[in-house]
Design a protein around this ligand. Structure first.
Ligand SMILES: C[S@@+](CC[C@H](N)C(=O)[O-])C[C@H]1O[C@@H](n2cnc3c(N)ncnc32)[C@H](O)[C@@H]1O
Length: 397
């Protein structure tokens, strides 16, 4: 049975209030020795690497055999599962990469009844979705995007395809104009509207009474100014920090073991470096080191430190390789790394609740403003992790 939005929202809010520390830690505190003390972290820290991969990559949560944890994960599954949309029987050819083609095809049963709509594509970028809507659903589409370069690219690309899609460069903010662009539109669609943009799209649609709204959010860590309590049911005294919002933007399905093993290698080297830099130089700084530089993480730890020091701290003297290797293998460092990997493995279960909180809150906001709203699972989360659609139809004319 599908739970009512209100009841779901309140249950999620209650759980987040209890388990928030498990998604909101600051890594600075951990390096200073003030990590969270929690029996679940202690237990997961005792796992072998294979067990941790099973728990984290394969999502076998039962390896942490604690009644409260098992009950919590059951609740999370219930509270974050929504009605699934059937995949289409036949796939159509679309523009875009594998992920985009999957998304556009999976939207078929949602879009088919809206054929012929006069449509606004919020954050439509280069117009892949707009072209799909025009070609397959006979829609008349205006793309709105704040990035004029994407708009120029889109115009050039679609003009070669004889498209009638139009583009307008507008930044959607919370100062909502009653512009003509919104008048007499039937449908607003936002595919992966990041951070506050999603909320501002919804506000714009409410203010301009757009009859149907389809919205997929993304990048909740870009939600600024605590703009995540939109509905009257939200307890505004709860604050979600940037760490928690970033965790709510992770993928929550199974991940290939090899990928997670590589992530662990990154954690091992990066955090050992930060740890060493803090101990040796009292420097507690996190640098945006690219995760994609595989070669860097295939080196020895001392080579990794040497490359990192050359890049970010050329003024610091180079330590001896054996000193670094001894530090890397020290009990204190090993425990820190185990703690971090355990914390983030647990957090990847609980973060899904925060995503569901944000989406339910947005849907409730629409319900409070004259719409009937629902949340649907549309994409395969292993292909497109932000797979949940807020679908709303205006009932208050
Ligand atoms: C994550 S991309 C999604 C692009 C496209 N809809 C898709 O799914 O591939 C977000 C898009 O929204 C645009 N955007 C971000 N903030 C915006 C805002 N406040 N107003 C209008 N467009 C915005 C960006 O330029 C970008 O093209």
């Amino acid at each position: 049975m599908i739970m009512q939005l209100e009841q779901r929202f309140i249950e999620i809010q209650n759980l987040l209030t209890i388990y928030f520390p498990l998604i909101s830690q600051w890594d600075e505190d951990v390096l200073k020795g003030k990590g969270l003390v929690h029996p679940w972290i202690d237990k997961v820290s005792t796992f072998s690497e294979d067990e941790l991969l099973e728990f984290d990559a394969k999502r076998n949560h039962k390896l942490l055999d604690n009644p409260e944890w098992l009950e919590l994960v059951d609740k999370i599954k219930k509270l974050t599962s929504f009605k699934c949309v059937e995949p289409p029987k036949e796939e159509v050819t679309t523009l875009g990469n594998v992920k985009k083609r999957h998304e556009l095809n999976r939207l078929n049963s949602t879009l088919a009844p809206l054929s012929g709509s006069s449509t606004l594509d919020f954050g439509g970028g280069v117009g892949n979705l707009a072209h799909h809507l025009e070609k397959n659903y006979n829609m008349n589409v205006l793309v709105i995007d704040s990035n004029p370069e994407l708009i120029d690219l889109g115009k050039k690309k679609l003009s070669k395809l004889n498209s009638s899609v139009t583009f307008k460069s507008i930044e959607i903010t919370n100062k909502i104009p009653n512009e003509l662009v919104y008048a007499s539109k039937d449908l607003a669609i936002g595919l992966h509207t990041c951070g506050n943009f999603a909320n501002n799209m919804l506000r714009t649609c409410v203010k301009n009474k757009i009859p149907t709204i389809l919205n997929f959010g993304c990048c909740y860590s870009k939600v600024l100014d605590d703009d995540y309590h939109l509905s009257s049911l939200a307890d505004k005294s709860i604050k979600f920090n940037r760490r928690a919002l970033a965790i709510s933007t992770l993928g929550f399905s199974q991940v290939p073991t090899e990928l997670v093993r590589y992530r662990y290698q990154i954690i091992d080297y990066k955090y050992s470096f930060y740890h060493w830099n803090y101990r040796a130089h009292n420097i507690l700084e996190f640098k945006p080191m690219g995760n994609s530089r595989r070669r860097l993480y295939g080196k020895t730890f001392s080579d990794f430190v040497s490359t990192t020091l050359n890049k970010y701290y050329p003024q610091l003297s180079k330590p001896k390789p054996d000193e670094l290797d001894i530090f890397y293998r020290s009990q204190e460092n090993i425990e820190l790394l185990k703690y971090l990997k355990s914390y983030y493995a647990i957090a990847r279960y609980i973060g899904e609740l925060l995503e569901a909180y944000i989406l339910c809150d947005r849907a409730l906001y629409l319900e409070e403003n004259g719409y009937q709203a629902s949340i649907l699972e549309v994409f395969d989360p292993t292909i497109s992790p932000r797979n949940k659609l807020i679908s709303a139809v205006r009932i208050d004319k």
